[in-house]
Design a protein around this ligand. Structure first.
Ligand SMILES: Cc1ncc(COP(=O)(O)O)c(C=O)c1O
Length: 482
């Protein structure tokens, strides 16, 4: 039975019901869906409601309509698209030389007019731009002086309060005074890493890992050691334990909730193990929780800091994936290191934009953010599922694709031997950007992998871009004689 007491539309509940049955395998490719009339009687809703739910499922490729026969689960829903392989890098502490290349690749990916499957940005139409613009007008008119003055070094008080409040709702109380507002998660990560390490230290990272973390490690003269990881469950804690035995690691950096690019989610039991392990070894842990609010399941996964009673975990995050990447509002939660972070922030950027902080604080104080997040999660989940299906249809046999439970990037492992850097270049020549897997490793691994972003709503140019990606990959595969 559907729930008429929630804010979720009834047709969205119909959609979810069928999606859940497809995901669990109780509805298989080719199976017939209940008839419109029969299902409407069973669920006690109108035929139009069922029709709307089915239409949405059809538009996303989950079901197909057959004239005179009804709706069927798409035969192309291949629940058997294999997941990418788990990684097993050699445990070696290395210097990194990646920054220049990453900068060049990203610059190319940002070329105007390029179909944006490269950068991990949510499409602007998914963000509450108009509401934020209205709030900006209101706060600047109400407090013109505050808007032009430097904000407090640690950040706007009300914004820190709102962030602490949201964290409390997750069951982890934090003191607003342990928060430092930063220029995006990028500055949060940079300040954190600088504060807990010294040049020459070794940092353990997931494999693959977000390229900015590697760039930071390079810029600070640190070494990186890659830890084996799994596309579903993330960091392999047994391997990390061995590495911490063998190497003098000073810090672990981890995106436990929907790693970029793998999409993996570290289960709670492993989060607890990870925190216990680093605490027992006296190793610092920096978590990047930027995707935590973008979960597809019912519950928000907990940040690593929820498992830490020693104040050893430093949490970094931002509103870049959920609200406004251009506002550059991020934060650090760091109890014991707060003074160190503040002094570093003082010398690097003095403070974060006052106006952006005032707007976000005001927005968070309304019920609008939760409502927006609910809608955003739903749209992103649909976009990720659709992209996975389409990629599965257009990329050559043997391609493996991640199946993230949150966030909005897919990790695509092309058949062995296909050079993803060549695929990347051919795509760019045709105005389509994706990112090559090599930049997610200090050792240029993942030569046959791509990261594909699903942040933008599906449209004709994305549809064409995916087809092009399929053609380019097949051509590249042929030149390799596969
Ligand atoms: C894992 C991760 N951390 C940090 C960032 C950067 O965040 P911000 O734009 O807030 O600096 C990104 C952006 O792609 C990301 O994917």
């Amino acid at each position: 039975m559907l729930n008429s007491h929630t804010s979720q539309f009834l047709y969205d509940q119909v959609y979810d019901l069928i999606r859940a049955q497809i995901a669990s395998g109780s509805l298989r490719p080719g199976d017939k869906l209940p008839s419109l009339r029969g299902f409407s009687r069973q669920l006690k809703v109108s035929i139009a409601t069922i029709m709307q739910g089915y239409t949405n499922l059809e538009q996303e490729g989950f079901i197909t309509a057959r004239a005179q026969s009804g709706f069927f689960v798409s035969p192309s829903i291949d629940r058997s698209i294999a997941l990418p392989s788990a990684t097993s890098p050699k445990p070696v502490a290395r210097d990194i030389q990646l920054s220049g290349v990453v900068r060049d690749l990203l610059k190319l990916s940002r070329t105007p007019g390029v179909v944006p499957l490269g950068l991990a940005n949510p499409g602007g139409s998914l963000l509450p731009c108009r509401t934020l613009a209205r709030i900006m007008h209101r706060v600047v008119t109400r407090s013109p002086l505050e808007a032009v003055e430097y904000a407090e070094l640690s950040g706007h008080r009300e914004l820190r309060h709102q962030i602490a409040y949201r964290s409390g709702m997750l069951g982890t109380a934090i003191d607003p005074d342990s928060i430092v507002i930063t220029n995006g998660a990028s500055e949060a990560l940079a300040l954190s890493l600088k504060s807990v390490t010294k040049p020459g230290d070794t940092i353990a990272v997931e494999s693959p890992t977000y390229f900015l973390l590697l760039q930071l490690i390079e810029d600070l003269g640190l070494k990186a050691i890659e830890v084996p990881s799994n596309p579903t469950h993330g960091l392999d804690i047994d391997s990390l334990e061995d590495i911490l035995e063998q190497f003098n690691v000073s810090c672990v950096m981890c995106v436990a909730n929907f790693n970029n690019p793998y999409g993996s989610l570290l289960p709670d039991s492993q989060k607890q193990r990870l925190v216990n392990l680093v605490n027992s070894k006296g190793v610092r842990l920096i978590e990047d929780d930027i995707y935590g609010d973008l979960h597809f399941g019912e519950h928000r996964p907990l940040p690593l800091r929820s498992f830490d009673y020693q104040g050893n975990v430093v949490t970094c995050s931002s509103f870049s994936k959920t609200l406004a990447p251009g506002y550059r509002i991020g934060w650090i939660v760091a109890e014991s290191d707060r003074e160190e972070m503040l002094s570093r922030k003082h010398s690097v950027s003095l403070s974060t934009s006052s106006v952006g902080q005032m707007v976000v604080a005001e927005y968070l104080a309304t019920a609008g953010y939760e409502r927006h997040l609910r809608g955003l999660r739903r749209r992103l989940m649909q976009q990720v599922h659709k992209m996975r299906l389409k990629l599965g249809n257009h990329l050559p046999k043997g391609t493996r694709i991640s199946q993230p439970q949150g966030g909005f990037v897919l990790w695509v492992e092309l058949p062995r031997g296909v050079d993803a850097l060549k695929v990347f270049s051919r795509c760019l020549e045709n105005q389509v950007s994706v990112l090559p897997g090599t930049i997610f490793s200090p050792t240029w691994k993942f030569r046959n992998c791509l990261r594909v972003s699903c942040g933008h709503p599906w449209n004709e140019s994305i549809d064409q871009a995916v087809k092009l990606l399929g053609r380019v990959t097949a051509a590249e595969q042929q030149t390799r004689g596969h």
